[in-house]
Design a protein around this ligand. Structure first.
Ligand SMILES: [Mn+2]
Length: 346
């Protein structure tokens, strides 16, 4: 089923088939996410990656409207096939396309939530799941509406420096309050939701009932216990995974709208995602990458890797495993005593 690994420039429109990776010079070619086929035909597609280039809900620095294009560009660094330490190419198992971006009318901010919701609902109706590239974090709210309409209330698994539960009477276009709306509208089940990496407090902040693993606990617990807490909280019902890049420390990811020191390294973030293998969210996003504030692609590169790890999680849930000859094998988790194709669980 897989394409072979012959060098192919512009695989985004020249590749044949949906599966496998084509090796392409990192410095050239059409910048689809992970060199996937660019297009809106969802026939046989498992996951559509789509950009939500909207940043008019930010409380401080704008720029996240440039996030999708920067993440696509950074993803070219990683489009080689098998992903360490998983030992498999997620695109051998998952049919993933780059669906392009949602059309955002910058002059009709009030109409943006409905536009994003309709864009994502259209993809879901086409039989694919979504991996959305923000855009500021407000974009997650209309995406949750589209998912809740299909799946019912969702477990929200939320990586962030901020809880995003500020007061909201139901009208704000605000990247700090949209999860209050999501709770009020029943899109999110608070008893099955969890926030990781939090290191801010705001007067009057809501979000009661949602479990918080704050930054101190995130540093202290390590990936295995955090992943176990996420799995125990989210349970077996439908879950939505949202990753605000400001979960990472500004020294790791400076290119974001509301950076907060005291955060995590990319290694911590990726390790937690790898420890979540077996978790199978119905939708995912990476948000708040603001390239004008970035340096040396630090933030967009981290975001591309986070998004790739999310696809590895999905591939694992669909049965992808390391080939016995794939390096150290054994899947993510590391350490001695492994090898071969079997998973090593925390
Ligand atoms: Mn945040």
């Amino acid at each position: 089923m897989s394409d072979d690994h012959r060098l192919l420039t512009d695989a985004a429109f020249r590749r044949e088939g949906l599966y496998g990776s084509r090796v392409e010079p990192t410095f050239s070619g059409v910048l689809s996410f992970m060199r996937r086929r660019y297009g809106r035909d969802l026939t046989g597609v498992d996951i559509a990656v789509t950009g939500l280039p909207f940043d008019q809900a930010v409380s401080n620095r704008p720029g996240a409207r440039f996030g999708p294009e920067a993440i696509r560009k950074a993803s070219a660094h990683h489009s080689w096939g098998p992903v360490w330490p998983w030992g498999f190419d997620p695109f051998d198992t998952l049919a993933v396309v780059d669906y392009g971006d949602c059309t955002i009318d910058y002059g009709d901010v009030a109409g943006v939530p409905a536009a994003i919701e309709a864009h994502v609902a259209g993809i879901l109706a086409g039989g694919a799941q979504t991996l959305c590239l923000g855009g500021d974090h407000f974009t997650t709210y209309p995406v949750l509406r589209a998912h809740a309409a299909r799946h019912g209330p969702l477990a929200l698994v939320h990586f962030d420096a901020h809880r995003d539960f500020e007061a909201d009477a139901g009208r704000r276009i605000d990247h700090g309050s949209m999860f209050t709306r999501a709770l009020d509208e029943g899109l999110v089940d608070p008893a099955r939701s969890i926030q990781i990496g939090i290191r801010t407090t705001f007067a009057g902040e809501g979000g009661g009932g949602v479990r918080v693993i704050d930054a101190e606990e995130t540093h202290a617990l390590g990936p295995g216990p955090i992943a176990a807490a996420i799995r125990a909280t989210a349970g077996d019902g439908p879950a939505y995974l949202t990753f605000d890049i400001d979960f990472l420390d500004p020294s790791t990811a400076p290119g974001t709208g509301t950076p907060v020191p005291g955060g995590m390294t990319s290694f911590q973030a990726l390790s937690i995602l790898r420890a979540l293998r077996g978790f199978d969210p119905v939708g995912m996003d990476v948000v708040e990458v603001s390239p004008p504030w970035d340096h040396a692609e630090m933030t967009s590169n981290a975001a591309a890797m986070v998004a790739l790890e999310m696809l590895c999680l999905k591939a694992w849930a669909r049965g992808a495993r390391a080939a016995p000859e794939a390096g150290r094998g054994g899947g993510p988790g590391g350490g001695a005593g492994g090898g071969g194709a079997g998973p090593r669980r925390p």
